[in-house]
Design a protein around this ligand. Structure first.
Ligand code: BJW
Length: 241
Protein backbone atom coordinates (compact mmCIF):
# COMPACT_ATOMS: atom_id res chain seq x y z
CA UNK A 1 0.00 0.00 0.00
CA UNK A 2 1.39 3.44 -0.86
CA UNK A 3 1.83 6.33 1.50
CA UNK A 4 0.30 9.67 0.46
CA UNK A 5 3.71 11.36 0.95
CA UNK A 6 7.15 10.36 -0.26
CA UNK A 7 9.43 12.44 1.94
CA UNK A 8 8.48 13.09 5.56
CA UNK A 9 10.17 15.28 8.16
CA UNK A 10 8.90 15.22 11.74
CA UNK A 11 9.91 17.79 14.35
CA UNK A 12 9.20 16.90 17.95
CA UNK A 13 9.33 19.01 21.11
CA UNK A 14 8.83 18.60 24.82
CA UNK A 15 5.09 17.95 24.45
CA UNK A 16 5.67 14.49 22.98
CA UNK A 17 7.48 13.41 26.13
CA UNK A 18 5.09 15.11 28.58
CA UNK A 19 2.90 12.02 28.91
CA UNK A 20 6.02 9.96 29.59
CA UNK A 21 6.54 12.05 32.73
CA UNK A 22 9.08 14.61 31.53
CA UNK A 23 8.16 18.20 32.26
CA UNK A 24 7.85 20.65 29.33
CA UNK A 25 9.89 23.87 29.33
CA UNK A 26 7.57 26.81 29.16
CA UNK A 27 5.47 26.52 32.27
CA UNK A 28 3.36 29.50 33.30
CA UNK A 29 5.96 30.75 35.79
CA UNK A 30 8.68 30.87 33.10
CA UNK A 31 10.99 28.75 35.22
CA UNK A 32 12.51 25.34 34.45
CA UNK A 33 12.43 23.28 37.58
CA UNK A 34 12.89 26.49 39.63
CA UNK A 35 15.72 27.93 37.56
CA UNK A 36 15.85 30.94 35.25
CA UNK A 37 16.73 29.98 31.65
CA UNK A 38 19.82 32.21 31.63
CA UNK A 39 21.18 30.40 34.67
CA UNK A 40 21.06 26.88 33.30
CA UNK A 41 20.77 27.03 29.50
CA UNK A 42 23.37 29.51 28.32
CA UNK A 43 27.16 29.26 27.99
CA UNK A 44 27.36 32.36 30.17
CA UNK A 45 25.34 30.67 32.91
CA UNK A 46 27.66 27.66 32.78
CA UNK A 47 30.77 29.86 32.95
CA UNK A 48 29.33 31.76 35.92
CA UNK A 49 28.21 28.74 37.92
CA UNK A 50 29.27 25.34 36.53
CA UNK A 51 28.35 23.57 39.75
CA UNK A 52 24.74 24.72 39.52
CA UNK A 53 24.50 23.83 35.81
CA UNK A 54 26.07 20.39 36.30
CA UNK A 55 23.67 19.72 39.17
CA UNK A 56 20.69 20.77 37.04
CA UNK A 57 21.61 18.38 34.23
CA UNK A 58 22.67 15.61 36.63
CA UNK A 59 19.23 15.79 38.17
CA UNK A 60 17.48 15.66 34.78
CA UNK A 61 19.70 12.75 33.69
CA UNK A 62 18.83 10.91 36.88
CA UNK A 63 15.13 11.56 36.27
CA UNK A 64 15.35 10.26 32.67
CA UNK A 65 16.84 6.99 33.91
CA UNK A 66 14.00 6.25 36.35
CA UNK A 67 12.02 3.12 35.52
CA UNK A 68 8.70 4.91 35.17
CA UNK A 69 10.00 7.20 32.38
CA UNK A 70 9.15 5.29 29.21
CA UNK A 71 8.23 6.02 25.59
CA UNK A 72 4.51 6.59 25.09
CA UNK A 73 2.31 5.66 22.09
CA UNK A 74 3.31 8.84 20.24
CA UNK A 75 6.99 7.85 20.25
CA UNK A 76 6.04 4.32 19.16
CA UNK A 77 3.84 5.60 16.33
CA UNK A 78 6.71 7.64 14.86
CA UNK A 79 8.95 4.57 14.89
CA UNK A 80 6.16 2.74 13.05
CA UNK A 81 5.93 5.53 10.46
CA UNK A 82 9.70 5.41 9.91
CA UNK A 83 9.51 1.65 9.41
CA UNK A 84 6.62 2.05 6.94
CA UNK A 85 8.68 4.52 4.90
CA UNK A 86 11.71 2.22 4.96
CA UNK A 87 9.60 -0.57 3.42
CA UNK A 88 8.65 1.53 0.41
CA UNK A 89 11.07 2.33 -2.41
CA UNK A 90 11.92 6.00 -2.91
CA UNK A 91 10.44 7.06 0.44
CA UNK A 92 12.43 8.94 3.02
CA UNK A 93 11.88 9.89 6.64
CA UNK A 94 13.78 12.08 9.09
CA UNK A 95 12.86 12.62 12.72
CA UNK A 96 14.28 15.85 14.15
CA UNK A 97 13.87 16.15 17.88
CA UNK A 98 14.51 19.16 20.05
CA UNK A 99 14.31 16.85 23.03
CA UNK A 100 17.41 15.77 24.89
CA UNK A 101 15.79 12.59 26.25
CA UNK A 102 16.26 9.16 24.60
CA UNK A 103 12.60 8.14 24.31
CA UNK A 104 12.51 8.13 20.50
CA UNK A 105 15.43 5.70 20.34
CA UNK A 106 13.86 3.54 23.02
CA UNK A 107 10.65 3.40 20.96
CA UNK A 108 12.61 2.14 17.93
CA UNK A 109 13.35 5.28 15.91
CA UNK A 110 16.66 5.06 14.08
CA UNK A 111 16.77 7.85 11.55
CA UNK A 112 16.74 10.77 13.96
CA UNK A 113 18.80 13.79 14.92
CA UNK A 114 18.91 15.47 18.32
CA UNK A 115 19.29 19.08 17.26
CA UNK A 116 19.58 20.34 20.87
CA UNK A 117 21.92 17.59 22.06
CA UNK A 118 21.45 14.64 24.37
CA UNK A 119 21.22 14.32 28.13
CA UNK A 120 23.06 10.98 28.11
CA UNK A 121 26.12 12.47 26.44
CA UNK A 122 28.88 14.77 27.64
CA UNK A 123 31.46 16.67 25.67
CA UNK A 124 35.07 17.64 26.26
CA UNK A 125 35.36 21.39 25.70
CA UNK A 126 39.01 21.03 24.62
CA UNK A 127 38.85 18.17 22.12
CA UNK A 128 35.10 18.40 21.31
CA UNK A 129 34.91 14.61 21.67
CA UNK A 130 31.52 13.31 22.82
CA UNK A 131 31.07 10.46 25.32
CA UNK A 132 28.14 8.51 26.69
CA UNK A 133 27.26 9.21 30.31
CA UNK A 134 24.70 7.79 32.72
CA UNK A 135 26.09 9.09 36.01
CA UNK A 136 26.75 12.59 37.30
CA UNK A 137 29.41 14.98 36.04
CA UNK A 138 30.88 17.71 38.22
CA UNK A 139 33.70 20.21 38.01
CA UNK A 140 36.13 17.61 39.37
CA UNK A 141 35.29 14.87 36.86
CA UNK A 142 38.40 13.90 34.91
CA UNK A 143 37.90 13.84 31.16
CA UNK A 144 38.69 10.48 29.58
CA UNK A 145 40.35 12.04 26.54
CA UNK A 146 42.60 14.71 28.05
CA UNK A 147 42.79 13.33 31.62
CA UNK A 148 42.02 16.77 33.07
CA UNK A 149 39.27 17.88 35.46
CA UNK A 150 36.94 20.73 34.54
CA UNK A 151 36.81 20.20 30.77
CA UNK A 152 33.51 18.36 30.57
CA UNK A 153 30.11 19.87 29.88
CA UNK A 154 26.68 18.47 29.09
CA UNK A 155 26.28 17.73 25.35
CA UNK A 156 23.40 20.20 25.17
CA UNK A 157 22.81 23.10 22.80
CA UNK A 158 22.28 26.19 24.92
CA UNK A 159 20.90 29.55 23.82
CA UNK A 160 23.35 31.36 21.59
CA UNK A 161 24.91 28.09 20.36
CA UNK A 162 24.39 26.58 16.93
CA UNK A 163 22.04 23.58 16.89
CA UNK A 164 23.38 20.27 15.58
CA UNK A 165 22.98 18.75 12.11
CA UNK A 166 21.54 21.94 10.61
CA UNK A 167 22.75 21.17 7.07
CA UNK A 168 21.12 17.74 7.10
CA UNK A 169 17.89 19.16 8.54
CA UNK A 170 17.67 22.07 6.11
CA UNK A 171 18.24 19.79 3.12
CA UNK A 172 15.51 17.40 4.31
CA UNK A 173 13.07 20.29 4.89
CA UNK A 174 13.68 21.59 1.39
CA UNK A 175 12.74 18.30 -0.27
CA UNK A 176 10.00 17.00 2.03
CA UNK A 177 6.37 16.87 0.98
CA UNK A 178 5.01 16.40 4.52
CA UNK A 179 6.23 18.25 7.61
CA UNK A 180 4.84 17.46 11.06
CA UNK A 181 5.51 19.54 14.18
CA UNK A 182 4.51 17.65 17.33
CA UNK A 183 4.36 19.05 20.87
CA UNK A 184 6.48 22.14 20.35
CA UNK A 185 5.56 25.71 21.27
CA UNK A 186 7.40 27.19 18.28
CA UNK A 187 9.13 29.78 20.44
CA UNK A 188 12.73 28.70 19.91
CA UNK A 189 14.60 29.26 16.66
CA UNK A 190 15.77 27.87 14.30
CA UNK A 191 13.26 25.02 14.90
CA UNK A 192 10.39 27.55 14.97
CA UNK A 193 11.24 28.44 11.35
CA UNK A 194 11.16 24.89 9.97
CA UNK A 195 7.47 25.14 9.07
CA UNK A 196 8.18 28.17 6.87
CA UNK A 197 11.04 26.41 5.06
CA UNK A 198 8.95 23.31 4.40
CA UNK A 199 5.94 25.33 3.21
CA UNK A 200 8.05 27.51 0.94
CA UNK A 201 9.28 24.30 -0.71
CA UNK A 202 5.77 23.00 -1.26
CA UNK A 203 5.25 20.63 1.68
CA UNK A 204 1.93 20.06 3.42
CA UNK A 205 2.52 21.09 7.04
CA UNK A 206 0.66 19.80 10.09
CA UNK A 207 0.86 20.83 13.74
CA UNK A 208 -0.15 18.30 16.40
CA UNK A 209 -0.38 19.98 19.80
CA UNK A 210 -2.41 19.99 22.99
CA UNK A 211 -3.12 23.69 22.56
CA UNK A 212 -4.20 25.96 19.77
CA UNK A 213 -1.46 28.11 18.31
CA UNK A 214 -1.59 30.79 15.62
CA UNK A 215 1.36 29.36 13.69
CA UNK A 216 0.65 29.18 9.94
CA UNK A 217 0.43 25.41 9.43
CA UNK A 218 -1.81 23.99 6.71
CA UNK A 219 -3.50 21.74 9.26
CA UNK A 220 -3.82 21.84 13.06
CA UNK A 221 -4.68 18.74 15.07
CA UNK A 222 -5.49 19.32 18.71
CA UNK A 223 -5.06 16.76 21.44
CA UNK A 224 -2.59 14.84 23.58
CA UNK A 225 0.26 13.44 21.52
CA UNK A 226 -0.30 9.90 22.80
CA UNK A 227 -3.71 9.94 21.09
CA UNK A 228 -3.44 12.17 18.05
CA UNK A 229 -0.04 10.99 16.79
CA UNK A 230 -0.98 7.27 16.55
CA UNK A 231 -4.29 8.22 14.88
CA UNK A 232 -2.54 10.44 12.36
CA UNK A 233 0.16 7.86 11.61
CA UNK A 234 -2.45 5.14 11.12
CA UNK A 235 -4.34 7.40 8.72
CA UNK A 236 -1.16 7.74 6.63
CA UNK A 237 -0.26 4.07 6.69
CA UNK A 238 -3.81 2.89 5.94
CA UNK A 239 -4.30 5.47 3.22
CA UNK A 240 -5.63 4.02 -0.04
CA UNK A 241 -4.92 5.95 -3.19
C1 BJW B 1 1.74 18.92 24.25
C2 BJW B 1 1.50 18.05 25.29
C3 BJW B 1 0.95 16.79 24.97
C4 BJW B 1 2.32 19.85 26.12
N1 BJW B 1 0.69 16.50 23.70
N2 BJW B 1 1.49 18.60 23.01
C5 BJW B 1 15.22 36.81 18.92
C6 BJW B 1 14.42 36.44 17.86
C7 BJW B 1 14.57 35.21 17.23
C8 BJW B 1 15.54 34.31 17.67
C9 BJW B 1 16.34 34.70 18.72
C10 BJW B 1 16.18 35.93 19.34
N3 BJW B 1 17.08 36.01 20.33
C11 BJW B 1 17.80 34.86 20.36
C12 BJW B 1 17.36 34.06 19.38
C13 BJW B 1 17.84 32.70 19.06
C14 BJW B 1 17.46 31.71 20.14
C15 BJW B 1 15.96 31.75 20.34
O1 BJW B 1 15.20 31.15 19.61
N4 BJW B 1 15.50 32.41 21.39
C16 BJW B 1 14.05 32.54 21.63
C17 BJW B 1 13.77 32.35 23.10
C18 BJW B 1 13.60 33.84 21.05
N5 BJW B 1 17.87 30.39 19.67
C19 BJW B 1 19.09 29.96 19.86
O2 BJW B 1 19.92 30.59 20.53
C20 BJW B 1 19.47 28.67 19.18
N6 BJW B 1 20.62 28.86 18.40
C21 BJW B 1 20.65 29.64 17.33
O3 BJW B 1 19.67 30.26 16.95
O4 BJW B 1 21.87 29.66 16.69
C22 BJW B 1 22.01 30.46 15.53
C23 BJW B 1 22.05 29.59 14.31
C24 BJW B 1 21.00 28.77 14.01
C25 BJW B 1 21.03 27.97 12.87
C26 BJW B 1 22.10 28.01 12.04
C27 BJW B 1 23.17 28.83 12.34
C28 BJW B 1 23.13 29.62 13.48
C29 BJW B 1 19.73 27.59 20.20
C30 BJW B 1 18.50 27.17 20.91
C31 BJW B 1 18.83 26.15 21.99
C32 BJW B 1 17.58 25.75 22.76
N7 BJW B 1 17.93 24.94 23.81
C33 BJW B 1 16.88 24.46 24.70
C34 BJW B 1 17.55 23.93 25.96
C35 BJW B 1 18.07 22.56 25.72
C36 BJW B 1 18.65 22.05 26.95
C37 BJW B 1 17.76 21.44 27.91
O5 BJW B 1 16.89 20.64 27.57
O6 BJW B 1 18.01 21.77 29.04
O7 BJW B 1 16.08 23.45 24.07
S1 BJW B 1 15.68 25.72 25.08
C38 BJW B 1 14.33 24.64 25.21
O8 BJW B 1 13.33 25.07 24.24
C39 BJW B 1 14.83 23.27 24.77
C40 BJW B 1 13.74 22.84 23.83
O9 BJW B 1 14.25 21.87 22.94
C41 BJW B 1 13.31 24.13 23.17
C42 BJW B 1 11.96 24.08 22.56
O10 BJW B 1 10.96 23.90 23.51
P1 BJW B 1 9.69 23.01 23.16
O11 BJW B 1 10.13 21.63 22.88
O12 BJW B 1 8.90 23.68 22.12
O13 BJW B 1 8.93 22.98 24.58
P2 BJW B 1 7.87 23.99 25.20
O14 BJW B 1 7.81 23.68 26.64
O15 BJW B 1 8.15 25.39 24.82
O16 BJW B 1 6.50 23.62 24.50
C43 BJW B 1 5.84 22.39 24.74
C44 BJW B 1 4.67 22.29 23.81
O17 BJW B 1 4.09 21.01 23.96
C45 BJW B 1 3.56 23.32 24.07
O18 BJW B 1 3.16 23.90 22.84
C46 BJW B 1 2.42 22.47 24.65
O19 BJW B 1 1.14 22.95 24.26
C47 BJW B 1 2.69 21.13 24.04
N8 BJW B 1 2.22 19.97 24.83
N9 BJW B 1 1.80 18.57 26.50
C48 BJW B 1 0.92 17.36 22.75
N10 BJW B 1 0.62 15.82 25.95
Amino acid sequence: MSLPYRSIVVLTGAGISAESGIQTFRAADGLWENHRIEEVATPEGFAANPVLVHNFYNQRRYQLLQNHIRPNPAHTALAKLEYACSQRPDHEFLLVTQNVDNLHERAGSEHLVHMHGELLKMRCMVTELVFDIRDSINVDTVCQCCQQPGNLRPHIVWFGEIPLAMNQITAALQRCDLFLAIGTSGQVYPAAGFNDIARQHGAHTVELNLQTTTAPFDQHIRGPASQVVPQFVDSLINHTS
